[in-house]
Design a protein. Structure first.
Ligand code: PMP
Length: 306
């Protein structure tokens, strides 16, 4: 164990290195296919977004963009906001988050418990409204007051997945991956993991799982996403797309809870549903992430209908 490391027992030192599970009940081993899924709920902030939040903030501290007295400002559909709020609490730095008002009550409560200021934006404006309003406030306050990580454009978002999530998956599967598939919020996960896996083996196919309609119930996913990270060309990384509907994703989430014993969130159900559809056509080893925990959504109708 490292000596004199102030982070050794902190939340920061426990980000990443998450476990992986084989979802044998969903993807029947009798078919010759396997599905590996990383349990991102095991991160201290409860989601995959701890990884990019840590990378973006660490880079900002190193570059002198984030100092004591600066406030972190950004938009988030929820999980990144929680990660910023957790890291801000640890670092003694203020955090201000713009988020759509219809995100789950649990997420709002967690952000506020960590001490973040939460500004709710109209639900009908979706994440785009939160993004727009956070930029307006950033421009009003300026760089002396605020640091904006800008998770939709900051390359340290996909770099976090390129350096950690992908490397862990390769180790956990012995490199035996034929397909990596995941949904898109910022695109950090699919681009970061996808790029690294393709460098390891250019035969690995990267599939984006996307909602079949603009009005969908998969928190964390963006329908009209825009992939714009320097060094991560989506045209070279994403090979194919598979569409999923919200109800089918919820039904798969229910199976994950009841059959695999995994209480995860909506996008986990959607990721696994997308792969389930792919596995009807293709055989091989599939890999994905289960981005967050279901305990973050207990108050929603989906979990009341179980
Ligand atoms: N699932 C959940 C629950 C999320 O919060 C997010 C991030 N918004 C994603 C999936 C998508 O991840 P990424 O931003 O890396 O595309």
């Amino acid at each position: 164990m490292e000596k004199n490391n102030p982070y050794i027992f902190s939340a920061l030192s426990n980000i990443g290195a998450t476990g992986a599970v084989l979802l044998n009940k969903i993807i029947n081993p009798g078919t010759g296919s396997k599905l590996y899924a990383k349990l991102e709920c095991l991160n201290p902030g409860g989601s995959v977004k701890d990884r990019p939040a840590l990378y973006m903030l660490k880079n900002a501290v190193e570059k002198g963009l984030l100092k004591t007295g600066t406030t972190i400002i950004d938009s988030s559909s929820g999980n990144t906001g929680i990660s910023y709020a957790m890291l801000g609490a640890f670092m003694g730095i203020k955090v201000k988050i713009y988020a759509p008002s219809n995100m789950s009550d649990e997420r709002k409560k967690i952000m506020r418990l960590f001490g973040a200021e939460l500004i709710l934006t109209p639900a009908e404006e979706s994440t785009d409204g939160a993004i727009k309003r956070s930029i307006e406030e950033y421009e009003r306050g300026g760089r002396d007051l605020y640091y904006m990580p800008d998770q939709y454009n900051n390359p340290f978002n996909p770099i976090a997945h390129y350096e950690t999530t992908a490397m862990e998956l390769l180790e956990q599967t012995g490199g035996n991956i034929d397909y990596f598939a995941a949904g898109i919020g910022t695109g950090g996960t699919i681009l970061g993991v996808g790029k690294r896996l393709k460098e390891y083996n250019d035969k690995i196919k990267v599939v984006a799982i996307v909602p079949d309609s603009q009005i969908h119930g998969i928190e964390g996913w963006k329908y009209n996403y825009c992939l714009n990270f320097e060094g991560f060309d989506h045209n070279k990384i994403i090979d194919d797309f598979v569409k999923v509907d919200t109800e089918g994703s919820y039904a798969m989430l229910k199976r994950l809870v009841k059959e695999e014993g995994l209480l995860c969130g909506f996008s986990s159900g959607a990721n696994v549903y997308g792969i389930y559809k792919l596995a009807v056509k293709y055989k091989g080893n599939f890999a994905t992430v289960l981005p967050d925990t279901g305990s973050r959504y207990l108050s929603t109708r989906v979990f009341s209908d179980f």
